[in-house]
Ligand binder design. Structure first.
Ligand SMILES: Nc1ncnc2c1ncn2[C@@H]1O[C@H](COP(=O)(O)OP(=O)(O)OP(=O)(O)O)[C@@H](O)[C@H]1O
Length: 579
């Protein structure tokens, strides 16, 4: 149950000053609180023994008021330190998670769905922070308060009465433990259900147009209702256990009260205790209920925190299986060579790249073509290091790619993916994303190369036009060209276009390709495409089939081979002619 606290020990250590301050002020607050029943007990005994004077009454009342105010002030201080600590913990855990997400490559994101990651970064982190705030408060305060009250009961009233009266608490402790175990299991199940619900909401929001187009709203609503129903059941199962704690505490503390009255009255008759003692003892028993309830809640908070911690650790300990980062710096642009490279996706049943041998001299353009599913994107992903490298050799210059620091290679690359990813900001922001401080002049230049200049003229706010979430308010071809302009503004050493112009017409594509050729002399470019006219001018073209290079050469050489490239080219030429 306390493992979660142990796991947070680094955080507690780092903030130990705040926790020490909190602990000291808590002791002060408790001492002042337990002093109050003692004063009342004294007052009753003065009355019963007819010893109360006006001066004595003023003294007791002043001490009473002073204790009350002091207890309140100290309580404010310890609460402040504890709960700001919990907020700090949430912040640092979320920062850690975000840093981890940003560091991870594809394999990691294939293991967790987005909604699940969101659930873990929000609800689970909050449950863990509750252990550092509320949990820690209860752990320190309730145990401290309980010890102080029990001490006062024993020392100022009677140890015998205290031990007899509090005996039933053993049953309570045992029950707390059993219920806590069950609670941890049920909480974990409820959280998984929340993750899955999150995923479904995201999927619906993302796919709303397709859902509407296929008139599937009712089906989805039905499915969603079933899920919320199942989540309700799972949350109710958590609530059931939570609800059992309070009545149980009340029953047990009532038994304690009955014992204390019975045995206390006997002790008064015996002459061992005064009436004031019994009243003070009852007040102490009344005060004990809160810490006991809190310890019950502490069990809940710790169990839930522990289940949440397992879920967050699961994310943080899952890696993307990438190789260790290299240490070399890239000093100059260089040739790229792949020798006998084989690659298989972790979830794939077959090789996805086999015996790839390519050489791309610095500044040259390579075209990558082939049927759908032939392995074009897979090959480009090796350059982007989205997956671990396959077997074989992959050199940049004289050194293996793995020898270099990963982010240095990344800095060399400008990438235009097949599924263009745009942010819900302005055209300017989306393009400037490719280069830290881009001037409007540079943005307009890259727009021109990407053949987006005429489209921009039609946009009412020009560069400031907002493109909507994921670019909903612009066309597919416009998205592709903004995405291309973003890569071009970086003027990267290696430009990778992955079927990046599929949504623009052949004429515009021609214009873009010839613009790229003009501005990218001496820079390496890789173009994967279905439209062969886009790679006609490339220095080298490879044809992939089932992950293997089946043809290679320049355009003329490939035509002369009269293989797949030749047939495909003729077919496309015919189509273009018809259009
Ligand atoms: N993440 C993945 N995990 C497992 N298999 C994958 C993954 N991505 C792609 N594949 C498989 O690898 C093979 C090559 O896919 P790839 O996307 O590289 O083809 P492609 O030539 O780019 O196709 P297209 O022209 O349709 O984009 C396919 O059989 C595909 O199913």
């Amino acid at each position: 149950m306390f493992e979660v606290m142990l796991k947070l020990k680094d955080f507690f250590n780092k903030n130990k000053k705040d926790y020490i301050r909190s602990f000291i002020t808590m002791i002060a607050s408790n001492l002042f609180s337990v002093f109050i029943p003692y004063l009342i007990g004294q007052l009753i005994d003065y009355i019963v023994q007819d010893e109360l004077t006006y001066r004595l009454l003023i003294k007791v009342i002043s001490a009473f008021l002073f204790s009350l105010i002091a207890a309140y002030i100290f309580e404010f201080i310890w609460s402040y330190y504890l709960f700001t600590g919990a907020a700090k913990l949430q912040r640092s855990m979320r920062d850690n998670l975000m840093a981890h997400f940003l560091n991870m490559r594809s394999i990691f994101f294939e293991k967790f769905r987005v909604g699940d990651l969101m659930a873990r970064s929000t609800q689970d982190v909050r449950a863990i922070a509750d252990t550092a705030g509320y949990g820690m408060m209860v752990l320190m305060n309730a145990t401290l308060f309980l010890t102080t009250i029990v001490g006062m009961m024993g020392f100022s009233v009677s140890w015998r009465l205290t031990i007899f009266s509090l005996f039933p608490l053993i049953i309570l402790a045992y029950t707390f433990d059993k219920l806590g175990n069950e609670l941890e299991k049920r909480f974990s199940i409820a959280q998984e259900s929340f993750s899955s619900l999150n995923n479904d909401v995201l999927e619906v929001v993302d796919g709303i147009r397709v859902i509407r187009a296929y008139v599937k709203e009712e089906d989805y609503l039905d499915k969603f209702r079933k899920q919320t129903e199942s989540m309700l059941v799972k949350n109710n199962r958590v609530a059931d256990i939570n609800a059992m704690f309070m009545p149980f505490v009340k029953i047990i503390t009532s038994i304690c009260t009955v014992i204390s009255f019975g045995y206390g009255t006997f002790l008064v008759y015996e002459g061992t205790l005064s009436v004031g003692n019994i009243v003070a003892f009852q007040m102490y028993l009344g005060m004990i209920i809160w810490p006991i309830i809190s310890i019950g809640e502490l069990t809940n908070v710790l169990r839930q925190g522990s289940a949440a911690m397992i879920r967050v650790e699961d994310v943080l300990n899952t890696t993307d299986e990438m190789e260790e980062n290299g240490f070399k710096d890239i000093e100059d642009s260089n040739d790229i060579v792949m020798q006998n490279l084989n690659f298989q996706y972790p979830t794939s049943q077959e090789m996805n790249l086999s015996q790839i041998n390519i050489e791309i001299p610095k500044g040259k353009t390579m075209g990558i073509v082939g049927k759908t599913g032939a392995g074009k994107t897979t090959l480009l992903r090796q350059f982007l290091r989205q997956y671990p490298l396959g077997d074989g050799d992959f050199f940049y210059g004289d050194d293996g790619v793995l020898d270099y620091q990963r982010n240095q290679i990344q800095h060399l690359i400008g990438y235009v993916p097949q599924d263009h990813i745009l942010f819900s900001r302005s055209v300017r922001d989306n393009i400037a994303f490719g280069k830290g401080q881009a001037s409007d002049q540079e943005i307009l230049e890259s727009i021109k190369i990407a053949a987006f200049d005429e489209d921009l003229l039609q946009m009412n706010k020009g560069l400031d036009t907002m493109i909507g979430e994921k670019g909903v308010s612009i066309s597919g071809g416009q998205k592709q060209r903004i995405s291309l302009a973003r890569a071009l503004i970086k003027n990267p050493e290696i430009l990778i276009l992955d079927d990046a112009l599929s949504a623009v017409d052949a004429k515009t594509e021609q214009r873009i390709i010839s613009n790229i050729q003009q501005v990218r002399t001496n820079k390496t470019t890789l173009i994967s495409t279905h439209r062969l006219s886009a790679v006609k001018e490339a220095d080298e073209i490879i044809v992939l089939e089932e992950g293997q290079i089946v043809e290679h050469g320049n355009h003329e050489e490939l035509l002369a081979l009269q293989g797949w490239y030749y047939k495909q080219y003729l077919r496309q030429e015919l189509k273009e002619g018809d259009a």
